[in-house]
Design a protein around this ligand. Structure first.
Ligand SMILES: O=C[C@H](O)[C@H](O)[C@H](O)COP(=O)(O)O
Length: 230
């Protein structure tokens, strides 16, 4: 029996339409972009010539297994297009990312990309971000002090743990604090404030980085556009 594709698969696969011969492609992380990477693997096998920059060890492993040529971020002068998922995204394309712990590399790759396409299922769309806990990457040296600073400002955060109940470590061997906010009144203000706290390496607020959102909705892919490519 043929079963229908999930919304994630519909959006993830559709995004590969943007990828053409000769492009440097940023590959995000997660269960939606998984479908993008799988489809890209098939296209590469059929002769598509691209180079890809990966945003996590998980994506690197998947891309390698599919024969997608990888290059490190430092070895490219630009990325033509990056495809990545999101945990929540609002109508201004402000997003929360990092549910899978890859926010630091994802933000670097998005920042050096000419165009960022976000692939999501319909549950990720929201009018106001903040329901999803905001991931904040911190250096282990300072995590307790960062927690204290957040608590002093009324922000409740928990240290992310792995399956063994040990602190989860990112690809950069940092820790993640998940901030339970409920709703974020001013994402830009919060982003600036977090950026100013020593010990915080990066946070999962993506502001003015996403150009286009591809949303899987039932069995269709809706494309939302916001602004010019960089
Ligand atoms: O760190 C993980 C990334 O930011 C993901 O892109 C995000 O968590 C969305 O992942 P998924 O597509 O699995 O919901």
């Amino acid at each position: 029996m043929k079963h229908s594709k999930s919304e994630k698969q519909i959006a993830g696969e559709k995004a590969t339409d943007y990828i053409k011969d000769g492009m440097v492609v940023g590959l995000g992380t997660g269960s939606t972009v998984y479908y993008t990477i799988k489809r890209l693997g098939t296209l590469v096998k059929k002769g598509l010539k691209i180079e890809a920059v990966s945003t996590s060890s998980a994506t690197t492993k998947l891309a390698k297994s599919l024969g997608i040529p990888l290059v490190s971020a430092n070895d490219v002068s630009r990325i033509d297009v990056t495809i990545d998922g999101a945990d929540e995204i609002d109508p201004r394309f402000y997003a929360i990312k990092g549910g899978g712990g890859a926010l630091l590399y994802e933000k670097i790759v998005a920042t050096i990309s000419r165009k960022v396409i976000c692939v999501v299922d319909s549950t990720k769309l929201t009018n106001q971000i903040g329901r999803f806990p905001l991931p904040v990457e911190v250096v282990p040296f300072a995590y307790k002090h960062v927690l204290k600073k957040l608590a002093k400002n009324g922000l409740e955060a928990t240290l992310r743990l792995n399956e063994d109940k040990k602190p989860y470590l990112t690809d950069e061997k940092n820790m993640i604090l998940d901030l339970r906010l409920g709703r974020i009144e001013s994402p830009t203000e919060l982003a600036d404030w977090l950026n100013g706290i020593p010990g915080i390496v990066e946070h999962g607020l993506f502001i003015d980085l996403i150009n286009e959102v591809m949303v899987g909705e039932k069995n269709l892919c809706k494309i939302l556009k916001r602004k010019q490519d960089r």
